[in-house]
Design a protein around this ligand. Structure first.
Ligand code: ZN
Length: 359
């Protein structure tokens, strides 16, 4: 079935995983397959994974990246309720070299994959990559710490292929206030976009850059909705009515996403799936289908896709890596999703959404 329903995914952190290796030619580990984490090229090909948003994420300075390969503390997220403190803001001059290192890894992957991977900078690039069976990459920044207040770095990164930005991760930036990992809680946790944050939205609209709302709090979401001329997009967030986590979307937010013909990618991390908000690997895959169902009901069949969070979050233990995506395809089919719907959810919705924005 994997050959019929290729999966284009709203979010992965494989560049962070490769960056943490802190070694030369980490791109070769990806291309040849290191069998670590969730994604590498041989497993991507085997899984029928046609591409997705590849995130550039800057680790919080409080986190010891030598001893921690995850951006958040999972142990705290196993309690009945929790609120992780927001990490400190990261200065642009610290963030930019780290971001460029990840761009360099991605560029080296594209170059050395000899045509197997394509960083897509236009709508045509996406069409061509998909029809040529190349892995289609949308370069995404998760937390815009590397962008300066004068937006010079935005122009620079755009020229290197950047086509999607989350103004914040769950951490403040000069652009806005990230949502803390808090359960149970409304996503309405603080201030919205700053004036420079609003300017960032206008720049992204003008340049054809996707704006990702996944880590914004509710005020930031509504500030963006007010200003942006693009469809509203949450690349890797779930349903708040099922799992009342700050990272998930309320019905009102889903209505706004629908009204702008935007999109949501379903995140596999247990803390955003489970009704009890716990980050436990012992989590049934049926919950993923439950979020798909709810999103399809509220957004319609054309506005839902995948947003796995591979290599960025703990996965349910039946998903050991990307090759287990077929378990989800089979569940979707046995749940009654027909051929047309499968094609849309697995790949076509994301491609059409991206093509509307990135020109
Ligand atoms: Zn994320």
């Amino acid at each position: 079935m994997e050959n019929i329903y290729k999966i284009f995914d709203g979010h992965n952190d494989v560049l962070f995983r490769l960056y943490l290796k802190n070694k030369k030619n980490a791109e070769l580990d990806f291309i040849n397959g290191d069998n670590e984490g969730h994604l590498d090229l041989p497993r991507i090909v085997k899984a029928g994974f046609s591409g997705g948003f590849f995130a550039i994420y800057i680790p919080s300075q409080e986190v010891n990246i030598v001893s921690s390969d995850t951006p958040i503390r999972y142990d705290d997220m196993k309690n009945d309720s929790y609120e992780l403190p927001l990490p400190k803001e990261i200065a642009t001059d610290i963030a930019l070299p780290i971001a460029l290192e990840k761009v360099a890894i991605l560029s080296a992957i594209e170059k050395k994959s000899i045509g197997k991977i394509k960083i897509c900078k236009s709508s045509k690039d996406l069409t061509d990559a998909i029809s040529n069976n190349q892995i289609a990459v949308i370069m995404h920044i998760e937390g815009a710490e590397c962008i300066d207040k004068d937006f010079n770095n935005l122009e620079l990164l755009f020229n290197l292929g950047l086509r999607s930005i989350g103004p914040v991760w769950s951490r403040p930036t000069i652009f806005g206030h990230g949502v803390p990992f808090k359960f149970p809680s409304s996503p309405d946790t603080g201030e919205g976009l700053t004036d420079i944050g609003k300017e960032l939205i206008r720049h992204c609209n003008r340049m054809g850059i996707i704006i990702d709302l996944s880590h914004l709090n509710e005020k930031g979401f509504w500030d963006t909705a007010k200003i942006s001329s693009s469809p509203l997009v949450a690349t890797h967030s779930n349903v708040h009515a099922i799992c009342p986590h700050t990272r998930n979307l309320t019905d009102k937010q889903l209505d706004a996403i629908k009204d702008t013909d935007g999109m949501v990618g379903v995140n596999f991390a247990p803390a955003f799936l489970r009704t009890d908000g716990k980050m436990l690997a012992d989590t049934e895959l049926e919950l993923i289908i439950k979020h798909f169902d709810y999103l399809i009901e509220h957004l319609g069949e054309n506005r839902v896709g995948f947003g796995s969070d591979f290599d960025g979050a703990l996965m349910p233990n039946q998903i050991k890596d990307v090759t287990d995506l077929n378990k989800i395809r089979l569940l979707m089919k046995s749940h009654g999703y027909n051929h047309e719907l499968m094609k849309k959810l697995c790949q076509d919705n994301w491609i059409k959404l991206a093509q509307k924005i990135i020109n």
